[in-house]
Design a protein around this ligand. Structure first.
Ligand SMILES: [Zn+2]
Ligand SMILES: [Zn+2]
Length: 674
């Protein structure tokens, strides 16, 4: 059974604000309500994506006890799952894979069933248990450009749902008579729109591109026409980054003639309100009436961007909208030169609307920065390898404490001693999905100066081509087609493997043994980058719908110091150095889970909203139920309150939740404390 989820209105009214807000003198200029108001349209969410069974469970924001845990993405209760299964569930929800990646095993968890039903499973004879783990040798094929066959005819899609208002960006062209211009963001699974002809895609994840196909573009550009051979009838309608554009062509055979790739940090005029524009737009710094767009890195997955729209009306009225798609706020984004003029410290300009990735919009989602996690893992391997090299194998050394003192060897090694070369220290497996999580592998590779091999098991033939679309000079220089790495080095090597290989020691040892890697590597370490590591000690509920002193204080404390992360207590200690009978050898195989989120933590979101002048924040995730919308709006009000404190517009008051000491602490916060 699948119940359509009703979209709730996202209205940020000031009704619940308490008297303290009247102290604010720094009112940001307000726009006429018909432009900034988001109307409830009652539209249903796209069924092909959000078709999980409706849950009677609480939203994650409404969690009141440790036992009551819901997935922050699909809202289903995951209380009955183990911590690892909860993490797996959330990860699966985060990156919904809509094309065949690997044959599926039956799932244990009933809540993931609805997810797996959607995937296509190739009907085939049961694969040989061993061979499904074995990397095949690949011969590099010289490709000569993309060949995309022109369809003979297209069948109309049956979708009858219109694009919801949350995915429609509306810009005023003039006040009276009222004229507007609209584009859409991440809305591809809806019926063709009457007037929208520019569809923006923030990144290549299926919950955003869902619905896109070769047919999709033909249906919208050619309509009733079938003169597909006529070059002059093609039009650019998909706007995305260069990388996302290449991925659309690689995975879905979307003709580049439909795609308008946008260079990062470049301002384009994509619509003139007075005349036609050729070829989907052009680079421009002009200030004439029209719609301009700049894409800025989203620090999410390769090719992901946030869109800064600037509309200049015929009456010179300016509207600035920032659509964050999915993003992970970092120092680079907070200090971005193109966003600088909107920071609250500059005070010069403000963003009229920000569509915010509210995946982790709760104080309990506070995890270390991605750079810190990647760096810590790299340092860990560096230290482990150095210690062993220096023969510092005393009982107390780092290496012997966590991996044992003896060099691991198999009985057969004795016979091979003469013929085999020296084994490499580590085979490092990094679990990955179709795209994403690459930065972990790159950071380790840079530090250990080692190569990266892309495993091709599990029908992952396109994974290497996918990585090549990134055009990353460093990555291209370390990618190898030899799974053992270069002959003449005793360095380690990194394999990018499907996530299931690093999900259990059994899977890991199958991969290690069936590829006979024991001849070449001393041990195998699997890294599971997880989106969200559940921390039982941190789960707490937000019941308040009004600002309380405690909430402001809690926020200040979270913002003061970033979460720490170190390899002794956060990585190595995950596995104890004990051996149990019948289980894969723990000295040979290790799996570590790493908090590697590609979405902003609560703390990072707070910095973003507080340090930029934003007139209206519009949550784009967890908008399906009223309770979580209320909780999110409450958090946004707290952030706006803190922003006003920082702007000195709220001074000491008698109010019990904003006393002088707290105000001073808040005013001390700066981007340096990020
Ligand atoms: Zn995403
Ligand atoms: Zn997403």
């Amino acid at each position: 059974m699948s119940l359509p989820l009703k979209k709730q209105p996202v209205l940020l009214t000031g009704k619940k604000q308490r008297s303290i807000f009247e102290f604010s003198q720094n009112k940001i200029k307000s726009l006429p309500s018909e432009i900034i108001e988001i109307h409830s349209d009652g539209n249903e969410e796209c069924e092909t994506i959000k078709d999980e069974e409706s849950s009677a469970g609480e939203s994650f924001l409404g969690c009141t006890t440790v036992e009551d845990v819901s997935c922050p993405i699909c809202q289903l209760s995951i209380s009955h799952l183990t911590i690892r299964d909860r993490t797996d569930h959330v990860d699966t929800c985060l990156v919904r894979v809509s094309f065949v990646e690997e044959p599926l095993k039956p799932e244990k968890s009933p809540t993931i069933k609805s997810e797996t039903k959607k995937r296509k499973v190739i009907p085939s004879q049961p694969p040989d248990e061993k061979s499904k783990y074995i990397n095949k040798e690949i011969k590099p094929v010289e490709k000569s450009g993309v060949e995309i066959a022109i369809p003979k005819a297209i069948t109309k899609s049956k979708t009858k749902r219109p694009i919801p208002s949350l995915k429609t960006m509306t810009f005023p062209i003039q006040e009276s008579p009222r004229l507007i211009y609209q584009v859409s963001v991440d809305a591809f699974c809806y019926e063709p729109h009457e007037t929208i002809s520019q569809y923006f895609l923030s990144h290549f994840h299926s919950d955003h591109y869902g619905g896109i196909s070769k047919k999709w573009a033909y249906e919208r550009v050619f309509k009733e026409d079938i003169d597909f051979e006529n070059e002059s009838k093609y039009r650019k309608i998909i706007y995305c980054s260069v990388i996302t554009g290449k991925l659309l062509t690689l995975h879905f055979s979307i003709d580049p003639k439909f795609i308008r790739p946008l260079e990062i940090d470049t301002r384009y005029k994509i619509k003139s309100y007075t005349k036609e524009i050729e070829d989907g737009g052009y680079e421009s710094n002009s200030e004439t009436p029209g719609l301009y767009v700049t894409s800025i890195t989203a620090n999410h997955c390769p090719g992901s961007v946030i869109f800064l729209f600037e509309s200049i009306g015929l009456d010179n009225k300016r509207v600035r909208v920032l659509h964050c798609g999915d993003f992970r706020v970092n120092f680079e984004i907070l200090n971005h030169s193109l966003l600088k003029k909107f920071t609250s410290d500059c005070g010069e300009y403000s963003l009229d609307k920000v569509y915010l990735d509210t995946t982790y919009m709760s104080p309990s989602y506070n995890f270390p920065k991605q750079e810190l996690v990647c760096d810590t893992v790299a340092t860990m391997f560096q230290d482990l390898i150095r210690e062993e090299d220096e023969e510092a194998k005393t009982k107390a050394s780092l290496f012997s404490t966590w991996f044992g003192t003896g060099t691991q060897s198999r009985i057969t090694d004795f016979w091979k001693q003469q013929t085999t070369r020296k084994k490499k220290k580590f085979l490092i497996l990094v679990g990955t999905y179709v795209i994403g999580k690459e930065k972990l592998a790159i950071t380790i590779s840079k530090r250990l100066n080692c190569q990266i091999y892309v495993s091709n098991i599990g029908s992952r033939n396109k994974k290497l081509d996918t990585l090549k679309t990134y055009n990353d000079t460093y990555l291209n220089s370390v990618l190898t087609t030899n799974d053992l790495g270069d002959e003449d080095s005793d360095k380690s090597i990194i394999h990018l493997v499907p996530m299931n290989i690093v999900s259990s020691a059994q899977e890991l040892s199958n991969y290690f043994n069936h590829n006979k890697y024991f001849d070449n590597f001393e041990r195998c370490v699997g890294l599971r980058p997880t989106g969200w590591s559940f921390n039982p000690g941190q789960q707490r509920g937000i019941k308040e719908t009004e600002i309380s002193r405690n909430q402001v204080q809690e926020l200040e404390q979270i913002m003061e110091k970033p979460p720490s992360f170190n390899y002794l207590s956060n990585i190595l200690s995950q596995v104890t150095n004990t051996q149990s009978k019948g289980k894969p050898d723990k000295a040979l195989y290790r799996i570590y889970s790493l908090p590697y989120s590609e979405h902003s933590s609560f703390r990072e979101l707070a910095y973003f909203v507080i340090f930029f002048n934003i007139h209206q924040v519009i949550p784009t995730v967890n908008c399906e139920n009223e309770r979580s919308i209320k909780a999110m709006n409450n958090i946004i009000e707290i952030w706006e309150f803190v922003r006003r404190i920082r702007a000195n517009s709220i001074k000491s008051t008698d109010d019990d939740y904003a006393e002088q000491e707290l105000i001073e602490k808040i005013q001390k916060l700066s981007l340096d404390s990020f």
